[in-house]
Design a protein. Structure first.
Length: 145
């Protein structure tokens, strides 16, 4: 990675710890700048990343990959994250993939709606990358039990 790209990340990224090489992460978010940041941050942490900029793009990618974890924005045009979560959790091919809601909807009611839709965990924007990283590892370790 070029030196100038490393400078755009917080110093805390280098302190997160071990790299995660096996898990493939699908990130779904309609804001390209945030999607690019997430992709770069997770790659720097050693994750294999697939990015989708909306629910339809995610569904297309899911037709040929099965990620270990999905990071999902809940507010998107056309098909929002709530509907996409329900679609995936009601389909036996995808229902075992943990979904982490990554959203700016930070109210108790929205947290409840995320969990009722089928999300396995919730983190609100803005967040610290190490916190996201720890939640991802926890969801993946639950999946391997």
């Amino acid at each position: 990675m070029k030196e100038e790209n490393k400078e755009s990340f917080p110093a805390s990224l280098s302190c997160v710890g071990e790299k995660q090489m096996a898990a493939e992460i699908l990130i779904v978010d309609d804001h390209q700048e945030f999607l690019n940041f997430m992709e770069r941050a997770l790659i720097m942490l050693g994750w294999s990343v697939i990015a989708a900029n909306n629910a339809r793009d995610a569904l297309e990618k899911l037709s040929y990959i099965k990620p270990s974890l999905i990071l999902l924005d809940m507010r998107m045009p056309e098909i929002d994250g709530f509907e996409l979560t329900r679609m995936l959790k009601n389909n036996s091919a995808y229902q075992d993939i943990p979904i982490l809601a990554v959203t700016g909807l930070d109210t108790p009611e929205n947290r409840k709606l995320c969990l009722e839709a089928g999300c396995d965990d919730f983190i609100s924007k803005p967040f610290r990358v190490p916190e996201l990283h720890n939640r991802m590892k926890r969801l993946l370790s639950k999946d391997q039990r």
